[in-house]
Design a protein around this ligand. Structure first.
Ligand SMILES: [Zn+2]
Length: 386
């Protein structure tokens, strides 16, 4: 990844280059931004620029200075095999690596993943890529020890040794002291680039030892430009994708080429709400069983979708249909659903879903969680508008 390959974020790119040029390189930086904003891609472009032996000046037409793309260091970056670029990321046991998995075991797959997604992939994409979608990945204590070991060697090219830690909030609590220690007393000429979508889930003591690099959602005009350059196999208009993706490039790609990418989520949500409304206990339990059997990230995705639908239902009465971000089918459902989600019960609906998302992240028992939610919704759907 070079700066010029990253969608939008021009101000941030220029700021990053300025800090390097003025020698204000903080040894620990936290790149944080929402899914699909490009936080990992930016961290990689930053690392590449630092390692490049003959960086290019900013083009006259606008944009930031950038790595050259030609020098030996850049050549290695093409394949993410630079000897002074290291990675730590969440992993879990797989049939190939059943015991004590560490990032190193997955390096080949990791390179594929980052190069294929150009740094815009999400955690669920990564889990799917290595076949652990039913588990929660972790950065465990063995990996934290690996950081120390790796950084104790001299750098190959005499420059910085750079350690990229992706989704650092997945750091297992027992591993935190090791990382903290090395952040406090970093080996000479080392750089930590921590990347996350959820900065509030990072242990405070770690966060306080980093310089924050805030990555905003991609601006609509930048997204528009990026999408116009790629082939659009589907029927969706670029303007609609830009509007629905809300600055998330991964989401924009997902929306591309599909009439309704959330169809499965929609159909399940509709079924769930119907069963809750009708109070069909046995059917509800069957559905709960299906939902509980899926991976955590898939559960989170469904709960987030449900939250979105509840909010859209609440907003429908306020701002009308013209501003709705729903597909025709979703809108049709929401029209019938919105009378049951009113100011009297809507906030409780949303709160229950927000809490469920948090609990899912903390490994709550999914069967109990979905059962409780179903009971709560059955009760809430009977609350009449005041
Ligand atoms: Zn170069």
């Amino acid at each position: 990844m070079r700066f010029q390959e990253i969608i939008g974020q021009n101000e941030l790119k220029e700021k990053l280059v300025r800090t390097i040029r003025s020698g204000r390189i903080s040894h620990a930086q936290l790149f944080f931004g929402p899914e699909g904003s490009g936080a990992l891609a930016l961290a990689l472009a930053y690392a590449r620029f630092l390692h490049c032996s003959s960086p290019l000046p900013a083009p006259a037409a606008g944009g930031s200075a950038d790595a050259c793309g030609q020098c030996p260091s850049c050549q290695k970056y093409h394949k993410l095999v630079h000897p002074d670029l290291h990675f730590i990321f969440p992993v879990a046991g797989t049939p190939q690596v059943p015991k004590n998995p560490v990032s190193k075991n997955f390096y080949d797959k990791w390179r594929d993943f980052v190069l294929n997604t150009r740094g815009y992939g999400s955690l669920i994409d990564w889990y799917n890529h290595i076949g652990i979608d039913r588990k929660q990945g972790l950065i465990n204590a063995e990996d934290a020890s690996e950081i120390l070991k790796t950084l104790s060697y001299k750098s190959f090219q005499g420059g910085y040794k750079i350690m990229v830690i992706w989704m650092v909030e997945k750091l297992f609590h027992a591993a935190a002291p090791k990382l903290l220690k090395v952040l406090e007393e970093p080996p000479d000429r080392t750089l930590f680039l921590l990347v996350t979508e959820n900065p509030d889930q990072i242990i405070r003591t770690i966060q306080s030892r980093t310089q924050l690099v805030k990555v905003l959602p991609i601006a609509d005009p930048d997204m528009n430009q990026a999408l116009a350059r790629i082939e659009n196999p589907g029927q969706v208009r670029i303007a609609d994708v830009v509007r629905m993706a809300q600055g998330n490039y991964r989401e924009a790609l997902r929306l591309f080429g599909q009439d309704n990418p959330d169809k499965e989520l929609f159909e399940r949500f509709r079924q769930w709400m119907r069963l809750c409304f009708q109070n069909k206990a046995q059917d509800l339990l069957d559905l709960v069983r299906v939902m509980a059997s899926e991976g955590r990230e898939a559960q989170k995705q469904f709960l987030s979708y449900s939250l979105r639908m509840v909010r859209e239902s609440l907003l429908l009465g306020v701002r009308g249909e013209a501003l709705s971000k729903l597909t025709a089918e979703e809108l049709d459902f929401v029209r019938n659903f919105s009378p049951y989600v009113n100011p009297a019960n809507g906030p409780a609906f949303a709160q229950a879903l927000e809490e469920a998302i948090q609990h899912t992240e903390r490994n709550a028992n999914a069967g109990i969680l979905f059962t409780n939610l179903s009971l709560r919704f059955s009760a809430l759907l009977k609350v009449k508008a005041a």
